[in-house]
Every structure is written in C-alpha cells, then in structure tokens.
Design a protein around this ligand. Sequence first.
Ligand code: ZN
Ligand code: ZN
Length: 274
Amino acid sequence: MFVTILGSGAALPIGARRCSAQVLNIGGFKLLIDCAEATQDRIRYNHLKLQSISTIVISHLHGDHFFGLPGLLSTMHLCGRTETVAIAAPKGARQVIETIFELTGNHIAFPIEWHEMDFDHGEQRVLETSRCTIDAFPIYHSVPDYGFRITERPRGNHTPLVYAYCCDTAYDERILPHIEGVDLLCLECTFSNEFEPLATERMHLTAGQAGRLARLAGARQLLLTHISARFREPDLLLQQAQQEFPNTLIAADNQRYEISHNPTQPTDTTANEK
Ligand SMILES: [Zn+2]
Ligand SMILES: [Zn+2]
C-alpha cells in the first residue's frame, strides 16, 4: 500500500508544488483523493494510467481540491471509458459537474455512481471496494469538508493497514477518534507556527498543530501536505512538526510514500522530473 503525491501545495499551483491530489494504491486498486487543476497531467506524468482509477473521493469543493474533476472525467470519456467511476464528494459536487457538462455541450458516456456527503457529525462509510473500506468524517473548514480513513481489507494473516487524510481543517480535537492509531496520517500544514492567528482565521493547521494531532492520535507516521507557497524551503515546518511528533515527513510532488506498520523513509521517484 502506498500513496503517490500529485500535488502538495495550498491554494496556488505554483513553484514545485501543484494543488491537492494524490493516488492511494492498495495492491493495484487505485483511489484518487482530491482532484485539483491539472491532476490528469500529474497522473500521466507518474505513469498511473488514468483509466485504471475507478474511485475518487473529494474532501471539499474549494478549487484547489476540486477544479480538476470535470477535465479529468472528460478525458476519461474521450479516451473511450465505459466502466463506472464511483465518486464520494460533498453535496453540490454532482450538480456542479452535471451543470458544466450540460451547459458546455460536453458528454460523458460512462456511468458515474455518486455518493454525496451531507452530515455534520460522526462518521459514515461512504464506499466499500474489493480492496478497502472508505469512511468519511466531518473536519473543520470554511465550507463543508470531510476527512477520510481508508482501511485495507484483511487478506490471510495480513493485518489491515490504515491511511487517513484530513485537508483542509482548523485545529480541532474532535478529529482524533477518527484518526486514532492510523499507520500513515496525511494532514494539511498550510502555515508555520508563527502564523497561528492567520491559520485560525482561515481554518487551517500550523506545523505544530499538525504534529500535536498526530501525537494525540497515536499515528505511526505523519505526512504533511497543503504547504503554502510562502514556504519555498519547508525545513522550518518539518522542524516545528517534529517537535511534537518526530516521525514526520513533508510531502513532495511526484513522490511515493509507503504505508506500513513499521514506517521507513519515502521512496524517491522524483527521477522522472530530471
Ligand atoms: Zn486547500
Ligand atoms: Zn479549502
């Protein structure tokens, strides 16, 4: 089980970081998590085979997590897709996508199985696949927003691995029961600790807050993403998070991170870039 980061930046697709998107691979099953602008380019760049993605989850409808979806679906259609795509997204996503296709005269021939999320508390199973279960829970942002916990289905003596993703969210310990003990916890980290008032105002996390959540949740490893473009050298963010939770990594675009019960350093796949 591993995750390929397609975009690890916040808000603006500039510099070395594009906006939020990642592909979780569970024994060949591929789950796309968030779909910012140009996600389909990054899928191709990382040789992930667009048509092999059958399931997509969207955390919230801010553009830096969602605006790549109509283009990606359109390309799937133009490349001859006939198989169903399952999409779990906040309420409203379906109307946006269907309106775009209706008003622009574009068309999708393959079926979309929509799972629209509209709940204020607790946790709900939004999707089950042959390889994993996907549970969603509310997180705390300026628009309805959901975190995801993806649990690998058990196979033989193999203990299920668990991955969780929370992006974007303010610091709120109500998240903790949903991310408790996960093997890899991917949290947003938009700001350094010095920007805590701004992080609070904009409902984002600082590095220290992300580290604290990982520590309180008892996660095995923390992966920071959604890095503001103001931090071109993110070592400061890493140091601040590691003061709370030493086993922390900062996500880089086009890099692959293994999920295991005994986490190690990431596999460098940035050779593609050279
Ligand atoms: Zn965002
Ligand atoms: Zn947002």
